[in-house]
Design a protein around this ligand. Structure first.
Ligand SMILES: [Zn+2]
Length: 401
């Protein structure tokens, strides 16, 4: 039996009893889960000792790389989470570093201001910029009852293109479910045996340009694809038990969200994505696609505002800003309506996601750098199939430059 892997799984499942939601996915089966949890919850003090022991054991064992580093960094994140749950005060920045194996920094507002000036230029007209942005977004909003059909079109195309990039396991599949009242806009629940359920939250209006990024992020070749390939190769073929559990607020999330955020660009060129939007999704939505060239430029400019959310987390948890101050900041630098700003604040204020928020921006930035060379398809396949940490990927990048 894989004792280190089993101890890792047990620790994750037991932390989840103190912090429900910490286990994002567990595919090791109900029997194993029940056996591990049979004796009731262990105290935080006991769990902290378990985690320390596991960390020592990993350090002393001759495990192959990158598995050894991955286990060590994941357990460090679990120790940090346990310390926080146990009431230890950890500075926010340190918490993020120890949980995620990255060093988040504030993004200078001048970077957002440059993107906002570009958006202002692309949406000329009378009235304040916020109103012009709102009017532009409104043109692309699709009726709720059309959303499942658009998601299905995107699913088929993204899956077809992903199959040309990697060998998807036999029997893999995703189911799409429309939901409401969640702090996120989409979520991939990995169910095991190569199947996922993607929940799409329609609390906010859905815009046609967001359909394809959502499907590539959550499904193909994003979260679902990564989970399915890692289940097959790491868990079923190599027998590494730790690959049967996926934990939030750990380094693996940085890699995962990075994969998901670059996923679209791994299977579509910018021209192809624009053509799919224009030729398939807009007509299916029954909407006129007014100015494709301008929309591409706007999409690029809006992506430069992605660092706003990390800044908001620093302002909330280092500077102690109030919710109203944070909402105003998101509106100003993220060019969001008040409703959208309150929605994204809900995510950052959720105790599960307060450090998690960094995974998107830093994961994407790191992976774009790692995928900049001619071997990008091979690098992407490694990301989908090996237990990699942000530190290891950062090492590849500094070697290449
Ligand atoms: Zn994601």
């Amino acid at each position: 039996m894989d004792e280190i892997g089993r101890a890792y799984v047990a620790l994750g499942l037991r932390i989840n009893e103190h912090f429900p939601g910490y286990v994002d996915a567990y595919i090791g089966g109900d029997e194993t889960r029940q056996a591990i949890l049979a004796h009731g919850p262990r105290s935080l003090a006991d769990l902290r000792e378990d985690a320390d022991r596991l960390a020592q054991r990993i350090a002393g064992e001759p495990l192959p790389e990158p598995r050894k580093t991955w286990l060590a960094k994941q357990v460090e994140a679990m120790r940090t989470m346990l310390a926080r749950l146990d009431g230890e005060i950890i500075p926010f920045r340190e918490e993020a570093e120890r949980c995620l194996d990255i060093r988040p920094e504030r993004v200078p507002e001048t970077e957002f201001e440059a993107a906002i000036a570009e958006i202002d230029r692309l949406l000329p007209g009378p009235g304040p910029l916020e109103e012009r942005v709102e009017a532009w977004k409104k043109q692309t909003e699709v009726a709720e009852d059309k959303v499942p059909m658009l998601l299905e079109l995107a699913r088929q195309e993204a899956r077809r293109r992903t199959q040309a990039l990697v060998d998807l396991p036999d029997g893999e599949d995703v189911e799409i479910l429309i939901v409401h009242n969640q702090p996120w806009s989409g979520y991939n629940w990995y169910l095991g045996h190569y199947r996922s359920r993607i929940d799409v939250n329609l609390d906010l209006p859905t815009r046609v340009p967001s359909i394809l990024p959502l499907m590539t992020h959550e499904g193909y070749p994003g979260h679902h694809t990564e989970h399915a390939l890692k289940e097959k190769i790491l868990y079923r073929e190599k027998g590494w038990e730790e690959a049967s559990i996926f934990l939030l607020n750990t380094p693996e999330c940085v890699i995962s969200e990075g994969i998901a955020n670059v996923a679209l660009d791994m299977i579509f060129t910018e021209d192809e994505a624009a053509a799919f939007l224009h030729d398939v999704l807009y007509p299916a939505a029954g909407l006129e696609h007014l100015d494709p060239e301008r929309d591409r430029a706007l999409g690029r400019a809006f992506r430069k505002l992605a660092g706003v959310s990390g800044n908001v987390a620093f302002l909330a948890y280092e500077d102690g800003w109030s919710d109203d101050e944070l909402v105003a900041y998101i509106q100003k630098y993220g060019l969001r309506s008040e409703t959208e700003a309150r929605f994204s604040l809900k995510f950052i204020r959720n105790p599960m996601f307060r450090t998690y928020i960094f995974t998107y921006f830093y994961g994407e930035r790191m992976l774009r750098a790692a995928l900049a060379g001619p071997d990008r398809r091979e690098v992407f396949r490694r990301l989908l199939t090996e237990p990699l940490t942000p530190g290891v990927v950062a090492g590849w990048i500094s070697q290449a430059s």
